[in-house]
Design a protein around this ligand. Sequence first.
Ligand SMILES: Nc1ncnc2c1ncn2[C@@H]1O[C@H](COP(=O)(O)OP(=O)(O)OP(=O)(O)O)[C@@H](O)[C@H]1O
Ligand code: SF4
Ligand SMILES: [Mg+2]
Length: 311
Amino acid sequence: MTFLKVTGLTSRYSSSKGPVYAVDDVDFELDDGESLGIAGESACGKSTLGLSLIRMLSGGTAKGEVLFDDVSILDIAESKFDDEFRWKKISMIFQGAMNSLDPVFTINEQFLEILKQHHFDDSDKIILDAINSVNLDKNILKKYPHELSGGMKQRVIIAMALLLQPKFVIADEPTTALDVLIQSQIINLLKSLKKNGMSFMLITHDLAVLSEISDKIGIMYGGQMVEFGSAEQIYKNPKHPYTRGLLESIPTLKGNAPKYIKGVPPSLLDAPTQCRFIERCPLAIEKCKQLPPKFETDTGYVRCWLYEDEN
Ligand SMILES: Nc1ncnc2c1ncn2[C@@H]1O[C@H](COP(=O)(O)OP(=O)(O)OP(=O)(O)O)[C@@H](O)[C@H]1O
Ligand code: SF4
Ligand SMILES: [Mg+2]
C-alpha cells in the first residue's frame, strides 16, 4: 500500500539575489517497505527535497502535496506535525551530522536530550534498543564524540534517527567521508533495517551505493527529478541523457575508463524556461528550448523531449 505520495513538490529559498528554485515540481510514490534512492550532482536539490519532507527548510518554503499515510503533511499545523510525524514517523539523518555531535556531552546525554524534548519516560530502554539496532555496544553511551571513530559516530547518528522507531528515514549522504569498508558496513546496516520493514530515502552522489538498497530511484538535476522509476529500469534501461551520463561516470572493476559529463549544473537563481540539461546534453534538439513536461515510462516518468512520441 502506498504510504508516501508526493505531487508537485516545489521548494524555494529566498536569498539576497532573489528566489532559489531548489526543488521544482517533484512527484513520486512509495509503497510500504519500499526505499527510494536519490542521486544527482551537488546543488541539484537533493537535501532540499529531504528537508521539505520533514518540514525543516531553513529560510525556505515548500508547496505541493505530500500525503503520508493519507495525511497531507504540508498542510497540517506545525504542532501536529511535530507531535505526530517528525522523528516518530519521518526522521532524517542530516548531511554531515556526524561532525555536529556536541563535544562536551556524552553520547548518552545527547540521546537523553532528544528524548526529553519528546517526553519519554522509559529512556534507558529506548536508547538501548536504538544502540542495539545499529550494532553498537552499550559502553559507547559513556563516551564523548572525540573518543569514537567516524564509523561509530555515523552509527550513533543513525541510532538517533531511529530512536522513536520511525517508518520512513531520510538518509542524506550517510556514507560520505567514510572509508569504503565503513561505507559498506553502513549500507549493510541500512539494508538490515530495511528488511525489518523500515523505508528509506537514501540521498547520495553515488549510483553504485544506491543499487544496494533502492527499490525506486529518482535522478535530480537542476532542482527537478528528471527521471523516476524502478531501480531495475534505471540501471538496465536509463532514459534521460543525464541518468545515462551519471551511470557512465561510475568506474568499473574491468578498468573501463569512466566518462564524465562536461560542464556544471545550472544556477537555480533563475527559473530556466528550457530543459535544464540543455547546455550539457549531446542529444539536444530544437524543442529542448522549452522545459519538457513529465513523460510517462513503464515504471515512472522522464523529463526529456526525446520521449514525447512514446506517450
Ligand atoms: N538555506 C538556503 N538558503 C538559500 N539557498 C539555499 C539554502 N540551502 C540550499 N540552498 C541552495 O539550494 C540549492 C539546492 O541545494 P541542496 O543543498 O538541496 O543541494 P544538494 O543536491 O543536496 O547538494 P549537495 O550534493 O552538495 O549536498 C543550491 O543552489 C543551494 O545553494
Ligand atoms: S530535453 Fe533535450 S536537452 Fe533536455 S535532456 Fe532531453 S534531449 Fe537533452
Ligand atoms: Mg545535500
